[in-house]
Each structure stands twice: as C-alpha cells, then as structure tokens.
Design a protein around this ligand. Structure first.
Ligand code: SAM
Length: 329
C-alpha cells in the first residue's frame, strides 16, 4: 500500500530530528539530558545544522515557557498577572521523540495536562524508552503511570502519550484526548514542529478549523519549511524527494504571508509568521557569543539561505471575549 510506505518514511523523519538535536546537545548548544535516550547511533552534524536545531528548539522552548508562565501578552487587555494560577494544556501534534515536557518539568515548569500524539509505531517506541528509564519516570513522578493499548500509550496525572493518525483528528485523536481529560475550556497550546507540512492541507486545515471553532482560548505554533519555489527551496525539495519524502503542505503554505493566512482566513484572532533569520537576529549578544565559541562557523551566507526557508508561525484565538484583538504573543 503506497500510503503505508509513505507513512513509514514520514515516521523516519523523527530519527533525523533527534540525531540532530543530540548533536547540538553534545556540543553544548542545547542543554537536554533526555535526548540521548532516544538515539542509538549518535553522529556529529555540520555547524549549519547544529545552529538550526539550536535556534528551532530554543525558539519553541521560549514560546512554551512564556505560555506556561503567563507571559504571552495581550495586544489590547492587560497581561494576566503571573501569580494567578491558571490550569493549562499543551498538545504536541506529531511529537516524535521530542523531550520538551521532560525538560521543562525538570525545571519546575509544568501544566495541568501535557498531551503528545504520534503514529502508533512511533509512540510505542517512545513509551518503551520512557517506561524503562528512571530519568523519565522520575520527572513524570506519578506512581500510577499506566501503559495502554499494548504498550503504545502512556497515561499519568499530567502527561499522556497517545497514538493515532493526525489525518483522523476528529474521529480518532479527539476521543482519545477527551478520554484522558482534555478540556476545551482551558487555555491550550498546540505545538506542531515539522509535522503539518507532511500532511495534505485538507487534513492540517481540519485540525486548525477544529481548534479555532472548539477551544475557548488557544495558541497554535507551527514550525516548518517555506519558500519552495526559489532555487534553494527547489533543491531542498528535490533532496527530500530523493529520500521519498514529500511535503504536500509546503505548496499550500509556501510563504510567511500564507502561514498567517492559514489562521486568519479561518477567523483566528491573530497570526504572525517570521523566518529563522529574523529569530536569529533576536538572539541576545551573550547568547550569540556563547554559541559562536562552540565550533567554527563560517558558512554565514549558507546559513542565511537555509534560515530563510524555515519559519515559526503562531496564532491565537479567544472565544467570547467580545473583542477581536485579544491575545498576542
Ligand atoms: N515534532 C518532533 C520534533 O520536532 O522533534 C518530531 C518531528 S518529525 C520531523 C515528524 C513527526 O510527525 C514524526 O514523528 C511523524 O511520525 C509525525 N507525523 C507525521 N504525520 C503524522 C500523522 N499523520 N499522524 C501522526 N503523526 C504524524
């Protein structure tokens, strides 16, 4: 079945991501004691890739931390004081071997419920790694941590790893979320890091539509490729295609503007997209100095080219506020 073969290739993209992340950790770009448990054969990646993994992870970590600490500022209304305890949820779509839940909770940053979702085969591998290493179970800190569905899912007080196909969001994923206490009335961050791009736009749009229509207050963050039509973008796509990887989503959302439109055209309150060059420019001087000292980095032009092909988009939607201008990152 061609769809199954294609899905296997897509599942494999997580191996690449986590090996690159470990390379960045081992060179001290990133601090993450959990990544190593997911990599059998570590390999050092070129400086360009290390810097990319660093910036991508740092950016999404910062957004997630700000969401947890109530530092997401509103354009029109006063910021909610950070002393107000608000129950929140995070949903990581296509989580792969991502370690953000563990990294943040180990730093004392947690939410009411953190849900992770991936294909069954991927979630099974992740569940097994988590279950057998004390480093993970200590952070989960729940003596009633349960394994479900033949070892493919994990359920605990604040962390749930669920299995399923995101292309069946309403029929398959949503009932599983609800069974684990997912609450549409709580402020919720949806994270999609290099995931929606692999899905046909009709399926990713269905997720965005559902979230916009049903969540009381949501923040949706997308990290993915853009600019497929310039020379470098076309080469990037050819290289992926040679490895049997296709990015159907990139043709529907090829630019910063269209990444914003994917939310704004569906009635979201606010959306903004920036490329990785813009994010690189916001690195504090001390941080830039620190990462520059880690390894020789002289591919500045190649870096700028690469960085112009990746973006972070975020969008907010708040229901019943009576104002269109609520919520801005
Ligand atoms: N978000 C993780 C990260 O940034 O480290 C993993 C990224 S990896 C490139 C893409 C992930 O999306 C894979 O783990 C893959 O299995 C998952 N994925 C892609 N399409 C999916 C679908 N239709 N249903 C569930 N998971 C999917």
């Amino acid at each position: 079945e061609p769809r199954m073969a294609r899905d296997d290739v897509i599942k494999g993209t997580d191996d690449d991501a986590i090996i690159s992340k470990l390379s960045a950790v081992n060179l001290a770009y990133l601090d993450d004691p959990f990544v190593k448990y997911f990599v059998k054969r570590p390999s050092r990646r070129p400086p360009l890739i290390n810097r990319g993994s660093y910036l991508r992870t740092r950016t999404l970590d910062l957004i997630t931390e700000q969401f947890i600490k109530n530092e997401i500022k509103s354009a029109s209304s006063p910021t909610i004081p950070s002393t107000t305890p608000i129950r929140k949820q995070i949903v990581s779509l296509g989580c792969g071997s991502d370690t953000r839940y563990f990294k943040l909770k180990a730093k004392g940053l947690s939410v009411h419920k953190y849900f992770e979702i991936d294909f069954q085969e991927s979630s099974a591998k992740k569940a097994a790694t988590i279950k057998k290493n004390k480093a993970f179970t200590d952070v989960i800190g729940d003596p009633d941590l349960k394994v479900g569905l033949g070892g493919t899912e994990l359920y605990s007080k604040d962390y749930c790893l669920l299995s399923g196909d995101l292309r069946e969001f309403e029929d398959t994923i949503l009932p599983k979320l609800k069974a684990q206490g997912f609450d549409t009335s709580l402020p919720t961050l949806f994270l999609s890091e290099c995931v929606l791009i692999y899905i046909e736009p009709k399926d990713s749009d269905a997720i965005v539509d559902w979230v916009g229509a049903n969540m009381t207050a949501s923040l949706f963050v997308v990290y993915e490729q853009i600019n497929p039509t310039d020379a470098f973008g076309a080469m990037m796509l050819r290289n992926l295609k040679a490895r049997n990887i296709e990015l159907p989503g990139i043709h529907a959302y090829p630019s910063l503007k269209s990444q914003e439109e994917r939310f704004m055209s569906r009635g979201w309150t606010l959306a903004q997209a920036v490329d990785m060059n813009a994010l690189h420019d916001t690195l504090p001087e001390t941080e830039l100095k620190r990462i520059s000292s880690l390894e020789i980095f002289d591919e500045v032009e190649e870096w700028q080219l690469l960085a112009s092909h990746y973006c972070v988009a975020w969008a907010c939607h708040v229901h019943g506020s009576g104002s269109k201008a609520d919520g801005a990152a």
